[in-house]
Design a protein around this ligand. Structure first.
Ligand SMILES: Nc1ccn([C@@H]2O[C@H](COP(=O)(O)OP(=O)(O)OP(=O)(O)O)[C@@H](O)[C@H]2O)c(=O)n1
Length: 376
């Protein structure tokens, strides 16, 4: 059996980037031989094994053949006679189809090094078609490798796949997984750009069509290393702050099984963004109500994320390039003041004075309003 390093690890090393996880391909072995050598079988769909010590993935060289639509619509052929070149030929992009032998020699039959030098995202062979997730992967790589261009032939192939309905059968979890990873890249707008160019955006995310401000906002959020929920909220904030926008957001989140953390932040931002942007003239009582609507008193960290998304939007939409985001600064100061109110003490005093229920709540609210008034 011969073992080669493959995929992202080889690519990233050639780019001079940090290598996160190593993938290996094994040529000339059977599953039985792998198990006998101590490897642990883990592949549900493919013969993939974990190295007993390093836990890295070792996949038997395989070829793939499409048998149906979508993510699950293919079968594979893994046998000791599958060559390294055959295994590389069924991979997605040339830059991901370079193998490295134990002595360091590179096996690069599809010009991956050339495409790395020329900064091109190019499919390896027609077998790109066999996995529609690759449409999302290419879009995500475009967001990561910002100065790479997408080969025209690859874009045409992706367009053809979308036209044939391939993007309609993607499993929700995989769509979200790739989308989330793309949102976390350096320039998320490029992912949407590529998805739009090949027609996949209309199929997978019809709600998010052509919102230039949202795109600028999510790129700004990425520049500032904002966490995923903030970036997602930037993208969805253009859906409209009325009930229709909220319903669209809900449908989108349900369809893609968006995690609650992302969903909740997007909901708050969509609903409260206008109020936050226009919060300057609000009296202290209005500020406290805004904070309460955002559940900021209980979830101050989430509120900070809400403000981050609003700030990214304000800076791009209103051309507020640098300097102070006044609304954010004021609301954080107000939140800090409101949270410093000794609620338990006020409640027990109110109780001692014979108040109950709502009246106690009213006392606490008033104390918060006073505290906010003192700092604004
Ligand atoms: N749909 C897919 C998924 C993976 N691969 C191949 O399997 C390798 C490993 O896949 P994965 O670990 O998912 O991606 P990486 O390329 O390592 O990228 P990342 O840096 O995002 O992990 C890829 O490089 C590519 O050769 C593929 O051809 N088609």
């Amino acid at each position: 059996m011969r073992i080669f390093r493959v995929g992202g690890a080889v690519r990233d090393a050639l780019l001079g980037l940090a290598v996160h996880d190593e993938d290996w391909v094994v040529v000339g072995a059977t599953p039985e031989q792998m198990i006998a050598a101590g490897y642990l079988p883990v592949g549900k769909d493919f013969p993939v094994f974990l190295h007993p010590a390093t836990r890295e993935e070792y996949a038997l060289a395989r070829t793939e053949r499409k048998t149906g639509r979508g993510y699950q619509g293919f079968s594979f052929h893994a046998a000791p006679d599958v060559t390294l070149e055959e295994d590389l030929a069924r991979r997605d992009l040339t830059i991901n189809a370079i193998a490295q032998a134990p002595d360091g020699a590179l096996i690069d039959p599809f010009g991956g090094q050339r495409d790395l030098r020329h900064k091109v995202l190019r499919h390896v062979t027609e077998s790109f078609r066999e996995d529609p997730v690759r449409i999302l992967r290419v879009a995500r790589f475009a967001a990561r490798f910002q100065d790479f261009t997408l080969d025209e032939g690859t874009l045409a192939l992706m367009r053809a796949m979308v036209a044939e309905g391939e993007a309609d059968h993607l499993v929700a979890e995989r769509v979200w997984q790739e989308l989330a990873r793309g949102l976390l890249e350096g320039r998320p707008s490029r992912m949407f750009e590529v998805l739009r160019a090949c027609g996949a955006l209309q199929r997978v995310l019809p709600e998010l069509q052509g919102d230039a401000h949202a795109m600028a906002a999510v790129d700004l959020a990425a520049q500032r290393q904002a966490p995923l929920p903030v970036r997602f909220a930037c993208v969805t904030r253009g859906l409209g702050d009325g009930p229709e926008g909220a319903a669209t957001l809900k449908a989108l989140c349900t369809r893609l099984r968006v995690p609650n953390e992302c969903r909740e932040l997007a909901e708050v931002v969509l609903r409260e963004q206008a109020a936050i942007q226009d919060s300057d003239p609000l009296p202290p009582a209005g500020i406290v109500r805004l904070l309460e609507r955002c559940d900021a008193l209980r979830k101050p960290q989430r509120f900070e994320q809400v403000l981050l998304a609003c700030e990214a939007d304000a800076r791009t939409r209103l051309g507020l390039a640098e300097g102070d985001y006044r609304q954010g600064r004021r609301l954080m100061a107000a939140l800090h003041a409101a949270r410093s109110v000794a609620t338990a003490e006020i409640a027990s005093q109110a109780q001692a004075a014979g108040l109950a229920g709502e009246a106690i709540g009213e006392r606490v609210h008033q104390a918060r309003v006073d505290a906010v008034a003192a700092v604004l």
